[in-house]
Design a protein around this ligand. Structure first.
Ligand SMILES: [Zn+2]
Length: 86
């Protein structure tokens, strides 16, 4: 079983589907067992969805994209502060 640190560093490759099948199984098992990492995963997943949708709107002004990116960075920092072991 992987630990929280491994899980956190695997989240992005997991979402990018860059992990091997074995690693995917490990991450999924950890997410099922660990509410904190699941929360982080759900945050990363929704973040990606938001960025994808927003960036597909080609008319979205640069300033809006920058605001979203900043908000997301702040939220990520907040989550990481709640979980100092990461
Ligand atoms: Zn965990």
């Amino acid at each position: 079983m992987i630990n929280c640190r491994d899980c956190a560093s695997a989240l992005n490759p997991y979402l990018d589907r860059e992990l091997s099948d074995d690693d995917v199984v490990q991450v999924r098992a950890h997410l099922e067992a660990c509410g904190g990492c699941l929360h982080l995963f759900q945050f990363e997943e929704s973040l990606r969805r938001l960025v994808r949708v927003r960036c597909q709107e080609l008319s979205a002004p640069q300033s809006l994209r920058e605001r979203i990116t900043l908000r997301l960075a702040m939220e990520r920092t907040r989550l990481q502060r709640l979980r100092p072991e990461l």
